[in-house]
Design a protein around this ligand. Structure first.
Ligand code: SF4
Ligand code: SF4
Length: 415
């Protein structure tokens, strides 16, 4: 294929993502989803050369080198998978410059860190995309993992604080809404306890009139007991925990039939998954989500059904943008704040509060999160993920890692 005494340009296409570690490398074609992995020192050196800034994604190679193994097999595969090409230097004397994408997200959060002594301005309010507001912690249900569900996925909780039930003052909510009136917040999740029992529940309709399309009311299926309180103005997000009481369930389904609703099934074992499938089928539920819950005693369930393996990761196709974003931001946490009835505001409920809404503005709190990074920019940069080729293909770290106390929930690298 290559003439020994000729010189060639070997170049890598700009749509190929490369993760180079000390002893191994991954090349991933973001157009086709195909990949090459190598642990060969010679190939690693070749890839390092290709990625040296001065080489602009193209290096000159002698034909006799390209004819030798392991180069020949690698370059053949590399070209077949559309990751780049080899051209005769005589036909293309000039370096085929590849404009390799650089990490340059438009609103690069790290700029804020460099500007920590300067006034950051109101524009950072646009980073806030989602607000979770717990209005009331009282609830008469006895779900077995009330204090765990909400720490792993969004859900109601009655046990945020050990003291008596807490209530967020309606004037505080009013103040929060005033602050986000011109921001980018697209989702306002209102949660409890039994939020329908929130003393000012009926006032919410008027208060939230300007935010209607963005409001989601979270209430457990067993807490829908009164048809006076349901309105078609909001989307209802309905947690379902097990065991399910069939009569209460049927009442809830009937009550919410004409409203915008999504059901959230919180499952701790495979039998609950099976029961969920039956409920979905039997009641024709089309809008739903299933959330595994780590209880401290169901590790085998997580290992079997939640942990990812290599095939799971590559089932999806990743764009360059997604891979870049995973290197900068936590796609689960970024832009989201949670406010509890005591006013404490968290970027992630596993971490200490960033401030209190009675004394800090949302702008102050966003600024603190940008600088402290309790959640928004948590990426897979710690071991073992930092040593793994799939580091930025994997989804951002989630609350499950924190709940389980493991940095990686996968079968790829044991930790
Ligand atoms: S319904 Fe929600 S708040 Fe009430 S006990 Fe169950 S999980 Fe907790
Ligand atoms: S070790 Fe980390 S980056 Fe690698 S596959 Fe597992 S979770 Fe993903």
């Amino acid at each position: 294929m290559f003439e020994k005494d000729r010189n060639y340009w070997l170049y890598i296409s700009p749509h190929v993502y490369c993760n180079l570690k000390e002893r191994k490398a991954l090349l991933y074609n973001t157009h086709t989803g195909e990949r090459i992995e190598s642990a060969d020192d010679k190939i690693l050196s070749l890839l390092h050369l290709l990625h040296e800034k001065k080489n602009l994604g193209a290096i000159e190679c002698r034909g006799d080198l390209l004819e030798q193994e392991p180069y020949y097999s690698f370059v053949t595969k590399f070209c077949e998978k559309g990751m780049g090409n080899v051209v005769d230097k005589e036909k293309m004397p000039e370096r085929p410059i590849q404009l390799m994408p650089v990490l340059n997200l438009q609103r690069d959060v790290e700029k804020l860190q460099k500007e920590r002594d300067r006034h950051t301005g109101e524009e950072i309010l646009h980073y806030l995309l989602e607000l979770n507001v717990y209005l009331y912690t009282s609830c008469e249900q006895h779900c077995p993992f009330c204090n765990d569900y909400f720490r792993q996925s969004l859900c109601c909780t009655a046990k945020h604080s050990a003291q008596s039930p807490e209530t967020l003052d309606i004037s505080t909510l009013q103040n929060i809404l005033l602050q986000i009136r011109y921001g980018a917040v697209g989702k306002i999740n209102l949660l409890g306890g039994n939020i329908l029992e929130y003393p000012c529940y009926k006032k919410l309709l008027t208060l939230l009139a300007d935010f209607k399309d963005r409001v989601r009311i979270w209430n457990h299926y067993a807490n829908f007991i009164d048809n006076q309180i349901v309105t078609s103005d909001f989307l209802y997000e309905v947690p379902v925990t097990f065991p399910v009481d069939k009569n209460t369930w049927k009442y809830c389904i009937t009550l919410l039939k004409e409203t915008k609703v999504r059901y959230h099934f919180f499952i701790t074992r495979v039998e609950e998954y099976e029961e969920t499938s039956v409920l979905i089928e039997e009641y024709g539920i089309s809008n739903f989500a299933i959330h595994p819950v780590y209880t401290g005693a169901n590790h085998p369930f997580f290992e079997e059904y939640v942990y990812t393996c290599c095939e799971d990761i590559f089932r999806a196709k990743f764009s360059f943008r997604q891979l870049f974003v995973h290197q900068k931001l936590n796609t689960r946490f970024f832009g989201s704040l949670t406010i509890f009835p005591d006013g404490n505001v968290h970027a992630d409920t596993h971490n200490p509060a960033l401030g209190n809404i009675s004394t800090d503005t949302l702008l102050d709190i966003i600024n603190k999160e940008m600088l402290r990074n309790t959640a928004w920019r948590k990426i897979r940069d710690e071991k073992p993920c930092s040593d793994c080729l799939y580091q930025y293909l994997c989804p951002s770290p989630s609350n499950y890692e924190l709940a389980i106390g493991k940095p990686n929930l996968c079968h790829v690298i044991k930790s």
